[in-house]
Design a protein around this ligand. Structure first.
Ligand SMILES: [Zn+2]
Length: 234
């Protein structure tokens, strides 16, 4: 029953030129994923290891993290069913995974001329697009601690005058698994603009007048929402 469930479970394929992109390797991925012996991560690793410049346009299959577990993480039962409301429920021990979002923070840092500091992402998701610097909140951190740490790590700046701006739902796909995220945005100033980039995460940076940033240049919808909120703020 479980194998049948996995074979028929819908998978999301990435879009290429606005259309779902499908080829025989994607079908192979389906079959590997259906094998009980292969975990999603191992299947995805196999798939990625076959990616070369020649097949770089092959589809990337993603699935929600809540659907990735084949057994209940609490008692180990395979009787761990997806529910209509997007949760998972274990009929053996009554455990329920509500698929709650993880939290991320980002800063809209303005210089003395009210230009916005943007970074260019060096990694997927959204590699090459512009973003506000930030990252995920660590266990035990407050939002304020997280934004100071992330900005120091990512671009080497110290923030002042932090004000809450807005929040927006997002999702984040890593190695084929998609997690729901709540992005929290702060408006801030910096004590200097002596930027030191974390090269694995950030390709370069720039200061842009708020009115000259096209929404399509930004990596995520949540960042487009934050930019619009900042522009509308008196
Ligand atoms: Zn259980």
């Amino acid at each position: 029953m479980q194998l049948a469930h996995r074979i028929t479970r819908p998978l999301r394929l990435s879009l290429f030129n606005g259309r779902p992109y499908f080829n025989p390797l994607a079908q192979l991925f389906h079959l590997l994923l259906a094998e009980e012996a292969l975990s999603v991560e191992r299947t995805y690793s196999f798939f990625c290891s076959s990616r070369t410049p020649a097949n770089a346009l092959l589809p990337v299959v993603t699935k929600p993290l809540v659907d990735a577990y084949t057994h209940c993480p609490l008692c180990g039962s395979p009787d761990y069913a997806s529910q209509q409301d997007g949760t998972r429920h274990c009929r053996a021990c009554d455990h329920r995974d509500f698929n709650n979002p993880i939290t991320a923070v980002a800063a809209l840092i303005l210089d003395p001329q009210d230009r916005l500091l943007l970074i260019r992402r060096a990694k997927d998701p959204a590699k090459g697009l512009l973003a506000m610097p930030g990252g995920f909140v660590d266990p035990g951190e407050s939002l304020e601690q997280a934004i100071h740490r992330e900005i120091a790590e990512e671009i080497g700046l110290a923030l002042t005058g932090i004000r809450y701006l807005c929040s927006h739902p997002n999702d984040y796909t890593y190695r084929g698994l998609t997690r729901p995220v709540c992005d929290v945005f702060f408006q801030a100033r910096a004590t200097s603009f002596n930027v030191v980039l974390q090269r694995e995460e950030v390709a370069d940076w720039q200061l842009r007048p708020l009115g000259e940033i096209a929404p399509a240049e930004l990596a995520f919808d949540s960042m487009r929402h934050a930019l619009a909120t900042l522009r509308a703020r008196p």
